[in-house]
Design a protein around this ligand. Structure first.
Ligand code: HEC
Ligand code: HEC
Ligand code: HEC
Ligand code: HEC
Ligand code: HEC
Ligand code: HEC
Length: 356
């Protein structure tokens, strides 16, 4: 039954796709009835794909997962979950894909975030431990698991909404640097925001128009990064509107990187790539190993340079946000990165260019 419903939803979403013009969209458009239902009744029958009278928030005709499951083909709906194994890097988007962690609810727990409606709770992380590197450990929250309904602040939602706290499909995201304009922050970057961090902080960045379905050195998202204090937990309150601050809302301990003697105790994140030695060779942006920029003020488009001495390594330099075919949801196969093995110029070797 569940599976059937999913398939119906996919069909409906394909229908939705055909309503969109091929042009790039700043926000959702199309007839309301494609996505919403007022009474869930047409001709006396359910308008929910697959039938039934399940209530969905905002009177939508489906769930986040329902609308966002499918195979990416460069169209206007970003799919984050595939019904069959995706072709990594070909039909997956910037965040990767949940398929590897979610397959039939019991995929490989190490290959992505375990999210409500797609996966069971992560069996490798002992119950009650929560997000590794976590510093906020209230029980029954998204900080503990994203694969259960959280009960502490019900209005914030659970699962996908544990991370996309304020989905804003109708917000105007025509600003090039989304989230930078205080008068128009409804959308933030990909609806990624926090709560309890002062004034409703969220992520600022440049959104690639096809979510990196196609990508190249000059065709990609841009992320903000701030060096700040590398000897403390981090979050929006001290790392500003950066992607790392966002990840650190749940994994804040992983930003506590230097010990008293100044040696790294963890791989640095939001640390400037030195303007010296092997780092000087990473100058052409590779979307497989993104870097963050200390400022996006005045930017009108992504740039194809990596600038040692200016740009920063960050969480997404190594990880996908949703999932990947690799353990720890890394962006590339870490096991194949062998020092002195003459390996390809990718992954760790992008920055550590003399270690292969
Ligand atoms: C392509 C799909 C799509 C279309 C078309 C669409 N919506 Fe929505 N709308 C959504 C989704 C998804 C949500 C729930 C999540 C959110 O708020 O972002 C939503 C939320 C809303 C909300 C509650 C949140 C808010 O922004 O106020 C209202 C009201 C709304 N839609 C009205 C409309 C109306 C009126 C139309 C037609 C003129 C329409 N929508 C067309 C997808 C759509
Ligand atoms: C009725 C179908 C529908 C539902 C339900 C829906 N979405 Fe979407 N969503 C869309 C479409 C269509 C787009 C592409 C809009 C565009 O072109 O910017 C989209 C875009 C997005 C984006 C990317 C925004 C960007 O800046 O590019 C995110 C993130 C997202 N949705 C998350 C969610 C979450 C979380 C939920 C559940 C709360 C949800 N969606 C529910 C149809 C839906
Ligand atoms: C751990 C936090 C987290 C969870 C859980 C999560 N997302 Fe995302 N999502 C992100 C981030 C971060 C991005 C931006 C990825 C990037 O730019 O690399 C993103 C991007 C997206 C996009 C744009 C496409 C892309 O790959 O950039 C969509 C659509 C989306 N998410 C929908 C969803 C849906 C639907 C769910 C639930 C099944 C979900 N997300 C769960 C953090 C999350
Ligand atoms: C809302 C809380 C939340 C946010 C935000 C969040 N995570 Fe997580 N993350 C978790 C939880 C809970 C787990 C442990 C369970 C699991 O694997 O899903 C986890 C696990 C992980 C893992 C280990 C995966 C595994 O299964 O072994 C990685 C890597 C990770 N997160 C990276 C990130 C990155 C990168 C970001 C920012 C894009 C991020 N997280 C944002 C809650 C979060
Ligand atoms: C230089 C690459 C790199 C960067 C940058 C990076 N990670 Fe990781 N991460 C890894 C690798 C590799 C692993 C596998 C475990 C290990 O080697 O320690 C991992 C493991 C993890 C895990 C799983 C830990 C566990 O106990 O299972 C989480 C969670 C995580 N990273 C989150 C983050 C967050 C959040 C950030 C940003 C603050 C980040 N990572 C930055 C490479 C990186
Ligand atoms: C986007 C660039 C980038 C990527 C990708 C990257 N690193 Fe790093 N790495 C850095 C930076 C920047 C430093 C800190 C340099 C400094 O200022 O000391 C660093 C430091 C290190 C150090 C400590 C060196 C020291 O002097 O203490 C190790 C070990 C390391 N990285 C291993 C890895 C591994 C393994 C990977 C792949 C999983 C990886 N790095 C991926 C940028 C990167």
């Amino acid at each position: 039954m569940k599976r059937l419903k999913l398939i119906f939803l996919i069909v409906v979403c394909m229908g939705i796709a055909s309503f969109f013009p091929n042009s790039v969209l700043a926000l959702v458009d199309g007839p309301c009835s494609v996505c919403h239902t007022m009474h869930n009744s047409q001709g006396g029958e359910s308008m929910e794909p697959g039938g039934g009278y399940e209530p969905f928030p905002s009177l939508t005709r489906g769930t986040c997962i329902g609308c966002h499951t499918g195979t990416n083909d460069g169209g206007d709906i970003p799919y984050v979950m595939s019904s069959g194994e995706p072709n990594y890097g070909t039909d997956t988007l910037a965040g990767g894909n949940f398929w590897w962690v979610a397959t039939d609810g019991e995929g490989d727990d190490t290959k992505g975030h375990n999210v409500l409606g797609l996966s069971n709770q992560d069996t490798n992380i002992p119950a009650g431990t929560g997000a590794p590197g976590g510093w906020i450990t209230c029980s029954n929250t998204c900080h503990m698991t994203l694969a259960a309904k959280q009960t502490v602040i019900p209005e914030l939602g659970s699962g996908c909404e544990g991370c996309h706290l304020a989905p804003a499909h109708h917000s105007d995201d025509s600003d090039v640097v989304v989230g930078s304009n205080p008068a128009n922050r409804g959308g933030w970057f990909r609806y990624c925001s926090g709560h309890m961090s002062g004034s409703g902080h969220g992520v600022e960045g440049i959104e690639d128009t096809d979510w990196q379905y196609t990508n190249s050195m000059s065709d990609h998202n841009e992320y903000l990064g701030h060096e700040a204090n590398l000897a403390a937990n981090a979050g929006f309150y001290n790392l500003d509107n950066t992607m790392s601050a966002y990840c650190c809302g749940c994994h804040g301990g992983f930003h506590d990187e230097v010990n008293g003697g100044g040696a790294w105790i963890r791989h640095p994140s939001d640390a400037v790539i030195p303007n010296s030695g092997e780092y000087l060779n990473y100058t052409v942006y590779d979307p497989l190993t993104p870097v963050a920029r200390p400022s996006l003020d005045g930017w009108t488009a992504p740039i194809s340079d990596v600038r040692p001495g200016t740009d920063l390594v960050m969480c997404l330099s190594c990880h996908r946000a949703h999932g990947s075919p690799y353990p720890d949801m890394l962006r590339w196969d870490y096991n194949s990165q062998v020092a002195g093995g003459g390996g390809e110029d990718t992954g760790c070797f992008k920055c550590h260019s003399l270690k292969n």
